[in-house]
Design a protein around this ligand. Structure first.
Ligand SMILES: Cc1cc2nc3c(=O)[nH]c(=O)nc-3n(C[C@H](O)[C@H](O)[C@H](O)COP(=O)(O)OP(=O)(O)OC[C@H]3O[C@@H](n4cnc5c(N)ncnc54)[C@H](O)[C@@H]3O)c2cc1C
Length: 246
């Protein structure tokens, strides 16, 4: 039975914005507004193979029938090259949405700590823009961790959020590299978050990245005294931890 959430789109815009990241804008073919919450993702349906999940990088809005994706495609990654080829081919694009329980259906009435690794930034971009729409009146902190500074594929945007909206922005580069002219913080994302953390405040924390990154962060946050109920990630649903044998 077809998924009732299937929607057809055309590609309004696709461009390469860094060495390996494409920014994509999709528009619904029936012009109807889209329904999703900030932080949710869609699954692109390719002509063959499994669906591919992508965070929706734009914030929802009542009358909007378009959305933004950030697609990473590094050399030799056949599956993602198929995604880019499909998006570039001019055909109708089918996707199911919305997916994911890690979202801001309503903004919690608390500070927010948003933690992104790599393209995890897409999910957090949607959330930051939504907090602005909602006039969320608590502090919002954004940590963005990458391996090399070129990984900040929209480097000016969070700086602008910081200047204009008061978002506390912490960019972190994990690999020390002599070729890299990064003069900001070199650290593991985990270290940067834990060093600044105030476990006594009631902030809700949202994590986006690989399961390894998310579970390492989760364990560190709990040891630091954060209540597990305040930590959210899609990883907990799509890559649940094996129950321990002891
Ligand atoms: C919920 C979810 C959201 C994703 N969002 C994006 C996105 O916005 N941009 C993007 O380029 N890729 C994203 N991905 C990864 C993308 O779906 C895959 O790279 C693509 O489908 C190719 O499939 P693969 O099995 O070859 O992936 P692989 O490249 O082998 O990677 C798949 C794994 O990458 C991890 N992953 C990578 N990026 C993300 C991310 N941003 N959020 C969460 N997990 C991630 C997940 O653990 C996933 O299981 C997302 C994956 C998931 C599960």
């Amino acid at each position: 039975m077809p998924d009732q959430r299937t929607q057809s789109f055309h590609v309004k815009h696709l461009s390469k914005i860094s060495e390996d990241i494409y920014q994509v804008h999709l528009v619904t073919e029936d012009s109807k507004p889209l329904s999703f919450a900030a932080g949710q993702y869609l699954q692109l349906l390719l002509p063959d193979g499994d669906p591919c999940s992508y965070s929706i990088a734009s914030a929802p809005s009542r009358n909007r029938n378009d959305l933004e994706l950030h697609v990473q495609c590094y050399p030799g990654h056949k599956r993602v090259q198929q995604v880019i080829d499909h998006l570039s081919s001019g055909v109708s694009i089918y996707a199911t949405l919305p997916h994911g329980n890690c979202h801001l259906g309503e903004c919690p009435d608390t500070p927010l700590v948003l933690i992104a690794a790599g393209t995890g930034f897409a999910q957090m971009k949607s959330m930051v823009e939504f907090t602005r729409q909602q006039k969320h009146n608590h502090p919002v902190s954004l940590y963005w961790g990458v391996q090399h500074s070129e990984g900040f594929y929209l480097p000016h945007l969070p700086v602008q959020w910081s200047r204009e909206w008061g978002v506390q922005y912490y960019p972190v580069v994990s690999e020390a590299d002599t070729q890299d002219d990064w003069t900001g913080r070199h650290a593991h994302l985990y270290r940067a978050v834990i060093d600044n953390l105030n476990p006594l405040d009631d902030a809700h924390l949202y994590l986006s990245g690989s399961p390894d990154m998310v579970y390492t962060m989760l364990d560190g946050l709990i040891v630091a005294g954060v209540n597990e109920n305040q930590i959210h990630s899609d990883v907990f649903d799509y890559a649940p931890r094996e129950p321990s044998s002891d």
